[in-house]
Design a protein around this ligand. Structure first.
Ligand code: PRP
Length: 175
């Protein structure tokens, strides 16, 4: 099978978006010592770039959630393989995601986080495939809205491949 990878966002375009998000987040969180909670695996590159632009005290934690299971279609089930290690009660939580698609993953996570009684809970996502939403999810800090096409790169994968691409590309199969 041949695979074609057309660029959607270049490294420079991603950098500009991350910088804009970091500016917005900085003005809201400067004195809040937030926990920046990355959703693995897809968010790891975005989170690493984002937090290096935040010059105020913060903590980082990760949670592993998975919904795609080696396919290009969400199977509709979310599993949590690793829970957060921090005590979230009374803390300001900023969840960082690479992409929101059906919304099932974030809906699941936000329900769990609310039960921990954080002081505040917001979501930062680099990509929003909003036309695919099955459950409403409010994104407080958004990089780009994208069409309903499969994307890879900058942390996002297809069957664990392409996470290392420095840009974001469309993945077309059977081309
Ligand atoms: C992707 C992405 C989100 C989720 C979004 O993760 O990182 O967590 O899917 O999809 P949804 O809105 O339809 O729930 P994936 O399950 O592919 O795991 P990964 O982060 O390890 O790549």
């Amino acid at each position: 099978m041949m695979t074609k990878l057309e660029v959607l966002f270049t490294r420079n375009e991603i950098e500009a978006a991350v910088r804009r998000l970091a500016d917005e987040i900085s003005s809201d969180y400067r004195d809040k010592n937030p926990i920046v909670l990355g959703v693995l695996k897809g968010s790891f590159i975005f989170l690493a770039d984002l937090i290096r632009l935040l010059d105020f005290p913060l903590e980082v934690d990760f949670v592993t959630l998975s919904s795609y299971k080696e396919q290009t279609e969400s199977c509709g089930e979310v599993s949590m393989d690793r829970c957060f290690t921090s005590d979230l009660k009374g803390r300001h939580i900023l969840v960082v995601e690479d992409i929101v698609d059906t919304g099932l993953t974030l809906h699941f996570l936000i329900d769990h986080l609310r039960a921990e009684s954080p002081a505040s809970l917001r979501l930062c996502a680099l990509l929003d495939k909003s036309s695919r939403r099955k459950i409403p999810v409010h994104i407080d800090y958004l990089g780009f809205t994208i069409p309903d096409r499969f994307v890879v790169g900058y942390g996002t994968d297809c069957a664990e491949k392409y996470r290392n691409l420095p840009d974001i590309r469309y993945l077309e199969k059977n081309v």
